[in-house]
Design a protein around this ligand. Structure first.
Ligand code: HEM
Length: 203
């Protein structure tokens, strides 16, 4: 059996950290406590969608990290299948539809709204492609679409790294946020495409 690399454990640590942050802040604090005041009012006006998005997407972030465990896939394929269904149905489908709805009113104007909408639509699309591939028994294709899909899920991690970095760098929030709405996922997708191509060349 292949050994899991260090990068996998780093990914799990980050996924767990962001899930913990989301559950703590949105489960135990008043809605919008830690976001920009303009975002807070908007979150309070659409509270159910915000809660669905955050808790469903957290399920995706956590289950998705486990799904890349080689041990889980080979020793407990049944658990892998069930977690996969939860990942797609609860995480990507509910989290993505709610994320798409939130994108329409996202802070930062049209640039942010298009950035988050693109992320939501590609998240839903890549999840559907991964599901259809496995229904047809195309395992390799399924894996590649899941790699793309999870790279998009990791926008939750990159966004929460870039935001404090932009603040430390002294970039105004209303300039940084629309840029980050794109930067949180486009480089992830380019990176995962590079990994997929490299894996193809090794086969
Ligand atoms: C991958 C597809 C995703 C899309 C399209 C998306 C979209 C959005 C949008 C549009 C907002 C509101 C921004 C605003 O009103 O200005 C938001 C906020 C948020 N999202 Fe997502 N998101 C995604 C993934 C995730 C994941 C996987 C998590 C997992 C934890 C997550 C957790 C949150 C949280 C906690 C907020 C509230 C803002 C904050 O506290 O930082 N999102 N998301």
């Amino acid at each position: 059996m292949h050994k899991q690399g260090l990068s996998y454990y780093v990914l799990c640590f980050l996924a767990l950290g962001i899930t913990g942050y989301s559950i703590f802040v949105y489960g135990f604090m008043p809605l919008g406590s830690v976001v920009h005041p303009d975002m807070r009012a908007n979150f309070q006006a659409h509270s159910s969608i915000v809660y669905v998005h955050i808790f469903a997407s957290s399920v995706a972030l956590l289950c998705g990290a486990l799904q890349f465990s080689i041990q889980l896939r080979t020793l407990h394929p049944q658990v892998h299948r069930w977690l996969g269904r939860i990942y797609l149905m609860v995480g990507v489908l509910s989290g993505g539809l709610a994320g798409r709805a939130m994108a329409q009113t996202a802070y930062g104007g049209m640039v942010s709204r298009l950035g988050f909408s693109g992320l939501a639509l590609l998240w839903l699309f890549s999840g559907l492609r991964a599901y259809l591939a496995i229904c047809r028994g195309h395992v390799k294709e399924h894996q590649q679409w899941m790699q793309r899909n999870y790279a998009l899920t990791c926008a939750a991690i990159t966004l929460r790294i870039y935001l404090p970095v932009s603040m430390v760098g002294g970039i105004a929030f209303d300039i940084a946020y629309p840029l980050i709405a794109w930067l949180c996922w486009v480089p992830n997708l380019i990176f995962v495409e590079w990994i997929i191509r490299r894996q193809r060349n090794l086969i």
